[in-house]
Design a binder for this molecule. Structure first.
Ligand SMILES: Cc1cc2nc3c(=O)[nH]c(=O)nc-3n(C[C@H](O)[C@H](O)[C@H](O)COP(=O)(O)OP(=O)(O)OC[C@H]3O[C@@H](n4cnc5c(N)ncnc54)[C@H](O)[C@@H]3O)c2cc1C
Length: 472
């Protein structure tokens, strides 16, 4: 379908025709019903089938596999979980060590599966650069962050400080002063991964229905416009779309805020331009502004660059991601602050998507045996790797396997979502998001100007930090 191709560069690049799979008609039965064919739903189906091939699993997808954030993201497959250090703070050193090993190994686990299942998704584990660029205050903040990492026990195999000279061997940004390098990250083409996973689970016997929105969910029953599925387990795997999933059991929207992130992609760049940028090992990178930026060098040598986004009053999703000229110009301007040489290049694709943010940026993996559901989400923009961990964890929880995965602090084995910290009711999220993003924007603008007086630099820096602390 043409409209699904327009979702992102990634969906546009797929060789397959994107023909919809059949929709569900009639009443059927299954052991497990998964709602949503993104990474969370499909990884859960995959690991359940690996461990219990006899399980009858149905996946219901409102649009097509990969329609959500999984087919639109920046393709950073990170061996991390948002908020992991705070979540692990009360664990013993050996528990922390084991948990970090589990997280750092996520890219390798994905590499193992894609190799085994023959999923070509442009995977390259080139690591991740967090770069202090554009203004000197980023360097001071990055140094503090690096000290915190060291204090928390991360060693040189996990995080390395790169000075300007060492950084220049990987990435050339004129204003860059230093960076932190982590090897625990891979670059992927996300639509190839999510579509490849969909085909893989089908091959394993999972029934996947597309253009089939779940319109209601109660214990043991999921209803759709033209059918229903009776089941033992329901796995809502809809992340940012939680507010669109009516249920008698729980209101998922209270624990996940849908926010938007926007991306542009250049046309494939010449070798000469890449010589002036670097990323020869396919490292991904971000600058260390409070406003998120993220970039990757794609397999076909584009620079894919994400920055900025938004939040809509009342937890509304954004559906139209045909970005306005103003939005594209804004992203291109931020990109050119880092690489002025890209001022004349054509932006071939611009898009965006909705992602789910949990309170305090603490993702959750939950099982409620009494009500028969298991779910995960709130990855806070770091869901590509986290959803693999979630799929393995939910499979173990459903199959009642007590493993290292199920013992982690982000797992709530005996509870329901009722125990998870909820977002405040409107207008607090809207006012909070607007105030925080405006303070971050002002910080970037003032600190990027060398003529900004030092007292003002300090004041805006302090304000931005305070604002950041409100959501952590
Ligand atoms: C622009 C952008 C860039 C990002 N970049 C990165 C990145 O580089 N690295 C990273 O780690 N994370 C990134 N993320 C976050 C990451 O993509 C998500 O956290 C992750 O893909 C979530 O996967 P999911 O399967 O839980 O949800 P989704 O991929 O959103 O899938 C949910 C699915 O559920 C379907 N659905 C919704 N409601 C219903 C219903 N009622 N019935 C049936 N189906 C339904 C949707 O159509 C959708 O296909 C980014 C997100 C965005 C939007």
């Amino acid at each position: 379908m043409t409209s699904w191709r327009n979702i992102s560069l990634w969906m546009d690049q797929l060789d397959e025709p994107l023909t919809p799979r059949p929709a569900l008609t009639g009443a059927i039965e299954a052991d497990v019903v998964i709602i949503g064919a993104g990474f969370t739903g499909l990884w859960t189906a995959y690991y359940l089938k690996q461990q219990a091939p006899e399980l009858d699993i149905v996946v219901l997808e409102a649009q097509c596999a990969g329609f959500g954030a999984s087919g639109r993201n920046g393709g950073w497959l990170i061996g991390e979980l948002a908020g992991q250090d705070a979540l692990l703070a009360k664990r013993t050193p050996s528990e922390r060590h084991a948990a970090l090993e589990l997280l750092h190994a996520i890219p390798d686990e994905v590499a193992r599966v894609i190799e085994l299942e023959g999923i070509d998704c442009d995977f390259v584990k080139g690591g991740m650069l967090t770069v202090a660029a554009r203004y000197p205050e980023q360097t001071a903040r990055l140094r503090e962050y690096f000290a915190e990492l060291q204090q928390a026990g991360y060693g040189p195999d996990d995080q390395q400080w790169l000075d300007q000279e060492t950084l220049a061997q990987r990435l050339l940004i004129d204003s860059a002063e230093a960076a932190i390098y982590s090897p625990h990250c891979a670059r992927i083409q996300p639509a190839k991964l999510v579509r490849g996973l969909a085909a893989t689970v089908e091959r394993l016997g999972v029934r996947l229905y597309e253009q089939t929105p779940a319109t209601g969910w109660q214990q043991g029953l999921v209803t759709t416009p033209n059918g229903s599925v009776r089941c033992q387990w329901v796995v809502p795997a809809v992340e940012a779309y939680a507010s669109q999933l009516p249920s008698d059991l729980t209101d998922l929207a209270r624990i996940q805020l849908p926010v938007q992130s926007l991306i542009i992609a250049t046309e494939p760049l010449s070798d000469a331009l890449w010589e002036g940028i670097g990323l020869a090992q396919s490292e991904v990178f971000s600058d260390y502004s409070h406003q998120i930026t993220y970039a990757q060098r794609s397999q076909d040598n584009r620079l894919v660059f994400g920055a900025r986004g938004g939040y809509r009053f009342g937890k509304q999703l954004r559906h139209d991601f045909e970005l306005t000229k103003r939005e594209v110009r804004l992203l291109h301007t931020v990109l050119c602050e880092l690489f002025p040489q890209l001022a004349g290049v054509t932006i071939s694709h611009a898009w965006g998507g909705n992602l789910g943010v949990a309170r305090a940026f603490h993702p959750h993996m939950v099982i409620d045996r009494a009500q028969g559901y298991a779910l995960a989400g709130g990855y806070g923009g770091e869901g590509v790797g986290a959803s693999n961990l979630a799929g393995r964890t939910l499979a173990d929880l459903i199959l009642q396997r007590d493993t290292l995965l199920t013992q982690q602090p982000w797992v709530r084995p005996a509870g329901s979502v009722a125990g998870i910290r909820a977002w405040e009711p409107e207008p607090m999220p809207f006012i909070g998001y607007s105030a925080i993003s405006q303070s971050f924007d002002l910080e970037d603008r003032l600190l990027s100007r060398p003529q900004t007086p030092s007292w003002l630099r300090r004041a805006i820096g302090a304000l931005a930090r305070f604002m950041a602390s409100l959501v952590s």
